[in-house]
Design a binder for this molecule. Sequence first.
Ligand code: ZN
Length: 506
Amino acid sequence: MYDIIIGLEIHAQLKTKSKMFCRCSNDGENQPPNTTICEICTGQPGTLPVANIKAIEWTALTGIALNCKIANFSKFDRKNYFYPDLPKGYQISQYDLPISYNGFLNINNKRIKVIRIHLEEDTGKLLHPNKKNYSLVDYNRCGTPLMELVTAPDITNAEDAKNFCQEYQKILRYLDVSDANMEKGQMRCEANISVQEKNKWKKINDEIKQIGDYRLNPKVELKNINSFKAMEKAINYEIKRQIKAITNNEKLHQETRGWDNNLGKSYFQRTKESADDYRYFPEPDLPPLDLRDIKKRIKKELPELPEAKLKRFITEYGFNKLDAEILTTDKNLAEYTERVISEFRAWLEAVDGIEGTQEEIWEANQKKIIKIISSWLINKLGGIMKSNNVKIKNLKISPENFAEFLTLLFQNKINNASGIKILEKMLIDGEDPSNILEQGNFEQVKNETILKNAIKKAIADNQKAVEEYKNGKINAIQFLVGQVMKETKGKAEPKTVLELLKKLLQ
Ligand SMILES: [Zn+2]
């Protein structure tokens, strides 16, 4: 009987080399406090800001990726408020003429409107040492370019809100404009949440209005969310809290609440009786922006976006949806995969015993090729990378070497057990797989005489298991397979061993 109404505000730090309005390094997070600052970003009198063109271009690029219109003309405004992390006493932001506006993103087949994406500068950081009666301020972050996205109140549940943020993060990383790491505060998601009785409200120009004499419940702004998981949890908690208050006839307040992830609760931060009066006015020290040329230029720079890449991985290569999602979540992994596929095709054409052109081999074996890639890239290599704490960016295995390795599997030259060992070696020293294969004697034991001898030995040494098998305990044969694998040091193909064993035990 209640509708849930959620709008999002997402701040993302742009990873430009220098700050928004000065030449200071934008790497302050990794430097000692108050070392990447200058007279401009600390607001000394008599200094003049100069806008970072890259940050402006990236805000337009992000807008295009989110189906936004890009303004022909835009400008910066001063947002006045006093707080110790803001040395100028105002923040340069954008008020009525944002760079990008009126876009959307499709999330779970629902269209979520993006009202605007504008550019502003980040503030410094306050630190509150434990049990001390003072606070510390680090101005390194002051003046970092910050892009703020605002959605319409179009979201109706916590999962969609989380998915929106995840998709946005993916896009920012594909565009290479922000690292958008939530834990590091490079991406900060805030949710505006309210709960209204069904059929008692309507949306007019992206605003919630009451129908008749219904009194709208106030919206709550939820902050301090530092992971996607926390986001879903926090929103669900807040929805429950509000519904409970309404059912118990308690008064809800328009307020800002923080999220305490350890306690799993939201807590009161401050009331918001009316809109804050920031006395916005046009920034007199910066000229207005004419974006017409940038707009034309940027449109050509838009790379393939996550959604399109995902679709292409399914239709062009034949990955299933789940695998395609895993492979395209990270742009670097998606690029690696495509290079592996192209190298794999070249390898297959080059090896003896496979006839045809690249195209013909691909046509005839696509399913098998993709299955090997899915299994070995996602599951096996993915697992080995995870346990060795290796990221795709610093992976030593080149796509060419990985494709060569897959070719060995394709030809059944190595079995799974040897494959894992070779892959582990490749990961550590970046060597090519055929070298490792030669040195390490990994080649599959195919010689039937060798296999039969190993099997005969296993039978002779394990009479008890043989008896059990002959008496109908089918599983006992797996033990014997294991013994043969041990004897051949893991180089036999388990399937062949099983077949031979069955034959010999008949
Ligand atoms: Zn500076």
